[in-house]
Design a protein around this ligand. Sequence first.
Ligand SMILES: Nc1ncnc2c1ncn2[C@@H]1O[C@H](COP(=O)(O)OP(=O)(O)OP(=O)(O)O)[C@@H](O)[C@H]1O
Ligand SMILES: O=P(O)(O)OC[C@H]1O[C@H](OP(=O)(O)OP(=O)(O)O)[C@H](O)[C@@H]1O
Ligand SMILES: [Mg+2]
Length: 407
Amino acid sequence: MSILLPTNLQQYPSPSLSPSTPLLSPSPSSAFSFLGTRRRCLRFVTSSVASLQSSVAIGSAPARAAVVVERDQIRLGLPSKGRMAADAIDLLKDCQLFVKQVNPRQYVAQIPQLPNTEVWFQRPKDIVRKLLSGDLDLGIVGLDTLSEYGQGDEDLIVVHEALNFGDCHLSIAIPNYGIFENINSLKELAEMPQWSEERPLRVATGFTYLGPKFMKENGIKHVAFSTADGALEAAPAMGIADAILDLVSSGTTLKENNLKEIEGGVVLESQAVLVASRRALTDRKGALNTVHEILERLEAHLKADGQFTVVANMRGNSAEEVAERVLSQPSLSGLQGPTISPVYCKQDGKVSIDYYAIVICVPKKALYESVKQLRAVGGSGVLVSPLTYIFDEDTPRWGQLLTNLKL
Ligand SMILES: Nc1ncnc2c1ncn2[C@@H]1O[C@H](COP(=O)(O)OP(=O)(O)OP(=O)(O)O)[C@@H](O)[C@H]1O
Ligand SMILES: O=P(O)(O)OC[C@H]1O[C@H](OP(=O)(O)OP(=O)(O)O)[C@H](O)[C@@H]1O
Ligand SMILES: [Mg+2]
């Protein structure tokens, strides 16, 4: 697998399929016994996972395009609905990339700042599928969706792994009552005497690729998966499943359904990522330039987003003396170091320097601590303003991308 892994990114799930495993299941029904249990909200398809390979197949990986079809425009896929849709557009707006969608039912839009690029609105899982089929070149989706539907395909490259929205994690949850009351870890769950080949641990999940893969990697044998499109948290109370594997963000849905997470049960930490098709980047004219521009804007905005600019005045005899005082405090070193400039005052007709102005960037989380430290070394008149962009000399992720593409 050669998916770009920025150093601070969690392991991108690698496929447990062997290279010879067909990516498309010939027919899901041939691999699964369909229970025929249709309920109002939950439609479950249950499988024995004695054959993990067949379970994996219901993750329905799309076929890969054999060739890159010629077209003039670079295509960026954005979520058409759901909780990521507005955030993705807002993020681009914050990067001065304005998506012009004439009406919400129109699935194609323009970004005037990127004239060779068109936006296509699609469901997140379809963005991943269409990246693989070559119908999209770039996309913004959650890492969970990318991992589930991309199945570790080496054509998918994570260009930016932390777009700062859509934070959640994919996790196993079990009831906090009954036989599970004292079970608090995956190990304890696996070792419960209740599970056997005839009566496996039943897990309801929408993640039919990542779920079986995780269980296999953790050596859990007696497990059977069922799937549904939503409201999975109801499955244990309905008696359909023993556990669920689903996304958790605030934890409210679990709590409201008397479920709990367990130690060792987190499959994946997720947030929105920018993903590209390797073949598009290498073979499609203009794609690499577009990615470079989007990446630069994203990095400049996201880096600035976590910081404030802090300006303060400080008495001193020289810039060096003030610098020494400022740098004696752990939170005041800024990005590269404080900028210190003389403040010129006119006294008795003469220009003198009694004060120096200090400018530093401070992580938002460390703001109050930094203000306290500034005061401690004589800082006064502290002004705090938001930072909009930080354009560095180069973007580290661009270098990583070029290395990954062997360019
Ligand atoms: N509770 C949550 N909090 C934050 N982000 C979430 C949460 N649930 C999901 N996400 C992220 O948002 C993405 C989109 O989720 P959303 O529920 O909007 O669409 P979906 O699950 O793909 O589609 P649908 O549920 O309509 O079939 C998920 O893939 C995940 O990355
Ligand atoms: O930890 P929480 O903040 O409570 O969020 C978790 C819930 O959010 C998602 O569901 P969603 O709202 O997408 O509904 P769905 O079940 O219809 O997909 C996810 O599938 C969980 O059910
Ligand atoms: Mg959902």
